[in-house]
Design a protein around this ligand. Structure first.
Ligand code: SF4
Length: 441
């Protein structure tokens, strides 16, 4: 089995407790990474802004990444469901695409009167050297709206770099509002309102009396985003994509941040209590303690009922960021399921430190895995289920193991206490489906 692991990849793979692995590097040439490109990373972060226009400056193929293959929901505008592309062809590559980009911006302004446009520079734009920044600057001057370039050629790094470019675009949007007067409440960073998860979290915060100033970027709008600099605290759910923005907002706007996670009973409860302790009154803290206790009690009998079906099973986890992997390991522990393989696309050294402290001696830990490695270790460790995203689903089914989609494509909430119910039911149904008895492994 070891023969399927490339020599240069070995330092990205560790075993069990106290293992340290290499991470936060570009993918190895010749190893087919499960990561998406820089542009896709940027689009993941910005697409949920519901009244923004997204112009993909590049060939039409780059624009195939649309709202319809993600699941962020809106309580207002649904403009973000549209995609716009300059559809660059050979002639534009030879003579330059700036005129086409200007025409695309003009057309959107004329037809839709937008407040906010993002322009994504894709690979070919990075190669031919269109001055996207200058085109955006001129459009901002001409129309008095925000037209923000997102420097995201696919070859300019890895998916994490795309997150950073998206955060820079948000910072550019917030720049004129940096010194607005402060207000009570938090910004939620790194939740994308998949299947309405942001609404669940906002309801929990409401229960404990903590106001939400702005959400970045799930169910956000131009007008809600620009209020973000007034908040007391940033709470960061998807640390992989948003820690950079949180740090910048701390430096430039004086807003401190804490990392939280609303996946699993334990993490959700701890997060709510920590938020109350960070900015709340004694009353908020008491409310948080009482609310989380009530919810934990409510779920206890439910989880006990399912535990007997799940105990002793083995799970493999391969997800985008470290925070989700950490929460999933804890959730599986609560269910009596052992995590035997765990990896992420963009985990950081501190994430892997926590991961290695939570797993058993023989658990395989991987950064930026390729399908051959996942196959090798899923088989070697005898995993019964793989939790991942759209790119991992076919791998699980080809190997004859159960699968749970924990990525942006899903249509049901997995966050918060209600998400625990959905997640447990899905894991149980998938793991204990009668179909697996007909599979020859
Ligand atoms: S790698 Fe380049 S060409 Fe491919 S989708 Fe990303 S930006 Fe477009």
């Amino acid at each position: 089995m070891e023969s399927t692991i490339l020599k240069e990849r070995k330092e990205f793979i560790g075993y069990g407790k106290a293992s340290t692995i290499k991470c936060e590097s570009d993918s190895l040439s010749g190893s087919v990474s499960q990561r998406a490109c820089v542009y896709c990373g940027a689009r993941v972060v910005l697409n949920p802004i519901t009244d923004a226009f997204h112009i993909v400056h590049g060939p039409i193929g780059c624009a195939s990444y649309t709202w319809d293959i993600r699941g962020s929901l809106s309580s207002g505008s649904d403009l973000y469901r549209n995609s716009f592309s300059t559809d660059l062809s050979e002639q534009d590559i030879v003579f330059g695409g700036e005129k086409k980009l200007t025409a695309a911006i003009d057309e959107i302004v004329e037809k839709h009167q937008p407040k906010l446009i993002f322009v994504y520079a894709t690979c070919i734009v990075g190669v031919i050297g269109d001055d996207v920044e200058a085109v955006c600057r001129l459009a901002e001057k001409k129309y008095g709206i925000r037209v923000i370039p997102v420097k995201s050629p696919g070859f300019s790094g890895n998916k994490s770099y795309g997150y950073k470019m998206a955060c820079n675009a948000i910072l550019a949007l917030l720049e004129p509002y940096k010194n607005i007067p402060g207000t009570q409440g938090v910004n939620i960073l790194g939740d994308f309102n998949l299947a309405g998860e942001m609404w669940l979290i906002k309801n929990y915060l409401k229960e404990i009396g903590i106001p939400v100033v702005s959400t970045i970027t799930g169910d956000a709008s131009h007008d809600s985003l620009v209020k973000a600099p007034s908040a007391q605290l940033n709470i960061v759910q998807c640390a992989g994509s948003m820690t950079y923005l949180a740090k910048k907002m701390e430096q430039e706007m004086g807003i401190p941040y804490i990392k939280i996670s609303f996946f699993g009973v334990e993490d959700t409860s701890q997060s709510l209590i920590r938020v109350a302790e960070a900015i709340g009154t004694e009353e908020n803290i008491q409310k948080a303690r009482q609310f989380t206790k009530n919810e934990t009690d409510r779920l206890k009998s439910f989880l006990d009922k399912y535990r007997k079906n799940l105990e002793g099973k083995k799970a493999a986890i391969y997800v985008g960021g470290g925070f989700k992997a950490i929460s999933l390991i804890r959730q599986f522990n609560e269910m009596g399921i052992e995590t035997v393989v765990v990896g992420t696309q963009t985990g950081k050294a501190e994430d892997y430190e926590i991961i290695s402290s939570l797993v058993g001696e023989n658990t395989v830990i991987l950064d930026d895995a390729n399908p051959a490695e996942l196959e090798t270790f899923i088989k070697e460790k005898g995993a019964d289920i793989l939790v991942g995203g759209v790119k991992e689903r076919p791998l699980a089914y080809k190997l004859g193991v159960a699968f749970c989609d924990h990525n942006h494509e899903r249509k049901h909430a997995l966050a918060g206490y209600d998400g625990v119910i959905n997640f447990t039911k899905e894991i149980n149904l998938s793991l204990n489906s009668p179909v697996w008895q007909y599979v020859n492994k």
